[in-house]
Design a protein around this ligand. Structure first.
Ligand SMILES: [Zn+2]
Length: 270
C-alpha cells in the first residue's frame, strides 16, 4: 500500500499496457513514472510493437523496478520482421525482464496495413513463440474478431495464457476469449460517456479476469479525454470501474493488480 499524494492511502495499481517506450515519453520517462507512483500506480507493462520499441521496453524494465517488458510486433510493422530480426527477437524473449509476447494480433481496419494473410502469418508465428517460451500474449484486435479468436484457439492459448487488450467487443465476444482462459483488459475507452456497450461487456467479465490499462499515449480516460494520456491516469479507470461495479477504489486496484501478477507469473521466480 503506497501513500497517495493527498495523504490518503491507496492500494497499488498496475497499468498492464503502456508505451513509455514511445517517442512521446522517451525524453522524460522518470517524470512519467514518478507521477504514476505518486498515484500508487507502481507496476506497469511496457509494451513493444517494433524493433526499437521492443529494445526500449527491455531497457526500461532493467532500469526501473516495477516496469516489465512485453515485446512483439504489431500488425502494421510485421513486414519488417525478417530472419535476422526474428532471431534477435527470440533472444530478447529469454531476457529475464520479458514477461510476455505482444502486442500482436490482427487489424483489418486500416487499408494500408499488410494483407490479412500476412498478418495472420506473423500473428501465428508470435503465438508459437509465446507457447514455446511459456509467455502470456497481449492481443490487439480491430475489425478482425473472428480471425483473432480462431488463431488463438488453434494456438491453444489456454496453455500459455493471454489478454485481449483495450477490449471493445460485446459480452458474447468477451465470453469466447474468457472460455479460452484469457483475461480482458479495459482502457480509457470504457470510461467514455457513449461507450455503454463497452461498459456492459466490462460488467460481464468475472472479477478474477479483469485488467486495466492506459494504452498511453493513446486515448486518455474521462475526465482527461482529448488530452495527452500517461500511465498515472489508470487511476481514473480504476475509479470509474469501482463506481460501475459498486466497489471501492482499493478493491478494484487490488483485484486488478493481483490478476495481472497471476497472469504474468510475477509471484513466482522466473
Ligand atoms: Zn498499445
Amino acid at each position: 500500500m503506497a501513500i497517495y499524494k493527498s495523504g490518503q492511502r491507496r492500494a497499488d495499481g498496475y497499468d498492464t499496457h503502456t508505451h513509455l517506450n514511445d517517442d512521446t515519453f522517451w525524453h522524460d520517462v522518470p517524470a512519467y513514472f514518478g507521477r504514476a507512483t505518486e498515484f500508487s500506480i507502481v507496476e506497469m507493462n511496457i509494451v513493444g510493437y517494433d524493433a526499437q520499441s521492443n529494445e526500449r521496453a527491455i531497457q526500461l524494465a532493467h532500469e526501473f523496478e516495477g516496469m516489465h517488458a512485453v515485446i512483439g510486433w504489431q500488425p502494421e510493422d510485421i513486414l519488417e520482421m525478417n530472419d535476422e530480426k526474428l532471431a534477435a527477437f527470440r533472444k530478447q524473449l529469454q531476457d529475464d525482464t520479458v514477461i510476455g509476447v505482444g502486442e500482436t494480433g490482427l487489424d483489418y481496419y486500416w487499408d494500408d496495413n499488410p494483407s490479412a494473410a500476412e498478418q495472420k502469418k506473423a500473428f501465428i508465428q508470435q503465438l508459437t513463440l509465446a507457447h514455446e517460451f511459456n509467455l502470456p500474449v497481449t492481443v490487439h484486435t480491430r475489425s478482425a474478431m473472428a480471425d483473432t479468436y480462431q488463431a488463438l484457439k488453434d494456438a491453444h492459448v489456454e496453455e500459455f495464457g493471454g489478454v485481449m487488450h483495450s477490449f471493445t467487443g460485446t459480452p458474447e465476444e468477451a465470453k469466447q476469449f474468457l472460455d479460452l482462459g484469457m483475461y480482458i483488459s479495459f482502457s480509457g475507452i470504457a470510461t467514455f460517456k457513449n461507450a455503454k456497450d463497452v461498459q456492459e461487456t466490462l460488467k460481464s467479465v468475472p472479477l478474477d479476469r479483469l485488467l486495466v490499462e492506459t494504452d498511453a499515449p493513446y486515448l486518455a480516460p474521462t475526465p482527461m479525454r482529448g488530452k495527452a494520456n500517461e500511465p498515472m491516469y489508470v487511476h481514473y479507470i480504476i475509479d470509474y470501474i469501482a463506481e460501475l461495479l459498486g466497489k471501492s477504489y482499493d478493491e478494484v486496484a487490488e483485484m486488478t493488480t493481483n490478476n495481472a501478477r497471476r497472469l504474468w507469473h510475477l509471484d513466482q521466480a522466473k
